[in-house]
Design a protein around this ligand. Structure first.
Ligand SMILES: N[C@@H](CCC(=O)N[C@@H](CS)C(=O)NCC(=O)O)C(=O)O
Length: 234
């Protein structure tokens, strides 16, 4: 089998999930950076979603970060990032599904919203969304500190990149902060931030802020921008 190729974009939190997983499992691969503002024709032909991340192994192509990461974890040696227990594994899948389809849709709607009163409504909805995640952590993680308990999992890799942006981008442009009462969430963010594979893929606010001006001003016109602006999940 030939080496895995990852089609990625440095700014993309979904591709960041896969970069974290590949590094955590020490999977040798080639990373190909895709310019999302000017996607090459050959990339558009690879995937019907026209989004990163995509992986290729010989003639096998796969997209959708949650599926890609499950495939990588199942197919490569190294640290296991899915719980062994089938029930816990199913719960982890649901956590990521809720995060992707409900939490992120509300989060990005706030970033695209230009009206101050609507922003306030969405900020409050997002605070409720964060409190719900805190509640889920209380149900699931036991003593933690990771989402699924004592060890890092695909749930941590899936969610942390977006919390990195809440801290850097959403707080700056939309005044969204993780409530201080969300103690599990705050501790989780700090612990996962120290994981070597997470650190390797992380960036600071100086990197993010200029790259998100188009989202915050509502000017961005890419596929993801159109999807998030409509209030849907990407
Ligand atoms: N559901 C997809 C979402 C991937 C996604 O939205 N990627 C964005 C970059 S962060 C993208 O490639 N967007 C293409 C565009 O905006 O034209 C996944 O989980 O992989």
């Amino acid at each position: 089998m030939s080496q895995l190729t990852l089609y990625t974009s440095e700014i993309c939190p979904y591709a960041q999930r896969t970069r974290i997983v590949l590094d955590a499992k020490a999977v040798e691969h080639t990373a190909v950076e895709i310019d999302l503002d000017n996607k090459p024709g050959w990339f558009l032909a690879l995937t019907p979603t026209q989004r990163v991340p995509v992986i290729r192994q010989d003639d096998f192509l796969l997209w959708e970060s949650a599926t890609v990461n499950e495939y990588i974890d199942a197919s490569f040696d190294g640290v296991a990032l899915r719980p062994k227990d089938e029930r816990a594994r199913a719960v982890m899948r649901n956590e990521i599904k809720h995060f992707d389809s409900v939490f992120l849709a509300t989060l990005y709607k706030l970033l695209f919203e230009q009206d101050a009163i609507s922003q306030q409504v969405l900020r409050e909805e997002n605070i409720e969304g964060l409190k719900f995640l805190e509640h889920r952590l209380g149900e699931i993680q036991g003593a933690g500190p990771y989402w699924m308990g004592t060890t890092m999992s695909l749930a941590d890799a899936a969610m942390w990149p977006f919390f990195e942006r809440i801290k850097a981008v959403f707080s700056y442009y939309r005044g969204l902060e993780i409530p201080s009462e969300c103690k599990r969430l705050l501790r989780w963010f700090d612990v996962v931030a120290e994981h070597p594979s997470v650190r390797l893929a992380a960036h600071d606010a100086d990197y993010f802020l200029p790259l998100y001006t188009n989202y915050a001003s509502g000017a961005a016109q890419g596929l993801s921008a159109q999807t998030f602006r409509s209030g849907a999940a990407n």
